[in-house]
Design a protein around this ligand. Structure first.
Ligand SMILES: [Zn+2]
Length: 183
C-alpha cells in the first residue's frame, strides 16, 4: 500500500525540469514528466547491516550526528550506486568499526516502512524508505575503533543494549535473542 507521504515527493523532472504529474493510468508512485514523458520511479533505497557477535554480545555503534544522534544502531549504511551489496556491507562495517569482516550469511531482510511494522510507522521517516539486508558477519582483522558517523562502538548482551535509533533494529535484536544467538 502506498502511504500519503510517499506521493509526489518531488515536483520537477530531474531530466528537463518540467512539472511532474501523476499519470492516473499508472501506479500512483510513478509520477510522469508533463514535458518529456520521463517516468520518475520512486523506489526504496537499499541498505546493508552487519551483525557481529562476540561471546554472545552484539556490536553496536553510537550515532555521532543527525536526528538520531546519541542513539545506537547496528553498523551499516546505504549501498552506493554501482556497488555490490556484499561489498557495501564490508565497506560500511570497516568505516564505522575499524574491523574487516567476511559475510557469513543473510540473516533477514526487512523493509523499514512495511505494513507488518504498522506499529512503528509513526516514528519512521516515511519520506526515506529503505529495504535493509541484514548479514551475519565474522571478523577477519582490524582494530575496533569508531569511525565515520559513529562515535563509539561496543559489544552488548540483550539486556545491556541502550536505546536503538530504528525500530527495525529492535526487531532484529529481539530475533537474535529469541533464536539464542545472543545472550
Ligand atoms: Zn522531463
Amino acid at each position: 500500500m502506498i502511504g500519503v507521504v510517499s506521493i509526489m515527493r518531488y515536483k520537477y523532472c530531474p531530466k528537463c525540469g518540467g512539472t511532474l504529474s501523476l499519470n492516473e493510468n499508472r501506479d500512483i508512485s510513478k509520477p510522469v514528466c508533463t514535458s518529456c514523458g520521463f517516468i520518475f520511479y520512486q523506489n526504496p533505497s537499499v541498505g546493508v547491516m552487519g551483525i557481529l557477535i562476540r561471546d554472545g554480545k552484539v556490536l553496536l555503534g553510537k550515532r555521532r550526528q543527525g536526528s538520531f544522534k546519541g542513539q545506537w544502531c547496528f553498523p551499516g549504511g546505504y549501498v552506493e550506486w554501482d556497488e555490490d551489496v556484499y561489498e557495501a556491507a564490508r565497506r560500511e562495517f570497516v568505516e564505522e568499526t575499524g574491523l574487516n569482516i567476511t559475510i557469513t550469511t543473510i540473516y533477514t531482510l526487512l523493509s523499514d516502512y512495511g505494513c507488518i511494522y504498522d506499529q512503528f510507522r509513526s516514528i519512521h521517516n516515511l519520506e526515506q524508505q529503505n529495504v535493509i539486508i541484514w548479514f551475519l558477519v565474522k571478523e577477519i582483522d582490524g582494530k575496533l575503533v569508531a569511525g565515520d558517523d559513529i562515535e563509539e562502538v561496543e559489544f552488548f548482551s540483550f539486556n545491556e543494549v541502550p536505546v536503538l535509533a530504528f525500530p527495525t533494529h529492535d526487531i532484529v535484536l529481539k530475533k537474535l535473542k529469541d533464536e539464542h544467538l545472543i545472550l
